[in-house]
Design a protein around this ligand. Structure first.
Ligand code: GDD
Length: 328
């Protein structure tokens, strides 16, 4: 999701920049298909050091936005080894390839508010100095990426910018994440292809959501204005419960929905509250958000309505689902 929006942003706002992106032979292409003829897509599995060294040597980038990761927190309990090794290895491969080719790009590394994990109310809002108390293997992988970025900057002078981004959503968001999952369920209920019951996990957790389109603009500002080696919180500075987000979605639909807790959606240790303080980043870059929470959620719901085939809030299906087509 974020990579496709970053490509859109660069193509629209910075035509002077040549955009390259990596993919795997089996990668889903639906998020980027609309722009595929205007960017350079390269087959490269980032976990493979030989492939990464070859790719970096061919592209010789001036900027690198390292957004790739196994990023779904629950999957990191199911497959902790893969999450930790892949997330760390990919970054290591990029850093070592840059060094091997003696390049000097500015490298933005996408870190995460999940690194903060267990946060107490008297520690809010969270800034760059809060303790890191990771609560999942995914969060540990991000803490490690964070420290690795720091260490490579200190040891070798790599121009690494560390961005600890809080939750970001919008059109094209993967359907496992809570905003997108709930929006998709609402759209499916409207289309009559799901019983009118929304399955949920922990609704009491609080998150600080930004629109992905604001976040990718922040990444561009980061590589142009931030200090290598430094860490920056990118967040909206506001927080809402998952329940409030769900209520907003339901209020935008005419569908009658019941809500049911699915125990499989509860986590062994959930991060209860994330509320960021983006002052340092704003001061360094002048960044402010352009999309409201409401706009972001409406655009996400409309994204699913269009994918599934519902035209508007009336709930009337405007397209017929072709046989065998699944709503992803
Ligand atoms: N996914 C999901 N599905 N989460 C649910 C559900 C559900 O049905 N019901 C409640 N939740 C709660 C989760 O327990 C969690 O507290 C919150 O909704 C947000 O879950 P996700 O949307 O899956 O995101 P996340 O906060 O775990 O992680 C996302 O944000 C991080 C930045 O803080 C991911 O994008 C990470 O990759 C990213 O680093």
């Amino acid at each position: 999701m974020a990579g496709s929006h970053l490509a859109d942003f660069l193509l629209a706002e910075h035509p002077e920049v040549g955009v390259f992106g990596t993919k795997r032979w089996r990668s889903r292409m639906d998020n980027i298909a609309h722009a595929a003829d205007r960017i350079n897509l390269i087959d490269c599995d980032l976990t493979d050091p030989f492939a990464v060294t070859k790719m970096i040597g061919e592209v010789r980038p001036d900027y690198i936005f390292h957004l790739a990761a196994q990023s779904f927190v629950p999957e990191s309990w199911t497959g902790p080894h893969a999450t930790i090794t892949d997330n760390i290895t990919m970054q290591l491969n990029i850093f070592e390839a840059v060094r091997a080719h003696k390049l000097d790009p500015v490298i933005q590394v996408a870190l995460s508010s999940e690194e903060y994990g267990r946060v107490f109310e008297n520690e809010l809002p969270i800034n760059e100095n809060n303790d890191l108390r990771p609560l999942s293997p995914y969060a540990v992988s991000k803490v490690t990426q964070d420290m690795l970025a720091y260490q490579y900057q200190q040891s070798y002078g790599l121009k690494v910018i560390r961005t600890r981004t809080f939750n970001h959503e919008g059109p094209r968001r993967g359907d496992v994440f809570v905003t997108s999952n709930f929006a998709k369920q609402v759209a499916e209920i409207e289309a009559g292809i799901r019983p009118p019951v929304i399955k949920v996990g922990n609704l009491e957790a609080r998150r600080d959501w930004s629109d992905v389109r604001d976040v990718v603009r922040a990444y561009w500002l980061a590589v142009n204005h931030c200090e290598p080696g430094e860490v920056y919180v990118i967040a909206s500075g506001t927080t809402r419960t998952i329940q409030e987000m769900l209520d907003f979605l339901i209020s935008k639909s005419s569908a009658e929905c019941k809500v049911e807790v699915d125990p499989l959606r509860l986590r062994p240790s959930d991060v209860l509250v994330l509320h960021g303080d983006p002052s340092k980043f704003k001061k360094a870059t002048g960044w402010t958000a352009e999309f409201t929470f409401e706009q972001m959620m409406i655009d996400l719901l409309d994204y699913w309505r269009e994918k599934i085939g519902v035209a508007d809030e009336s709930g009337a299906a405007s397209k017929v689902l072709s046989a065998g087509k699944t709503a992803r």
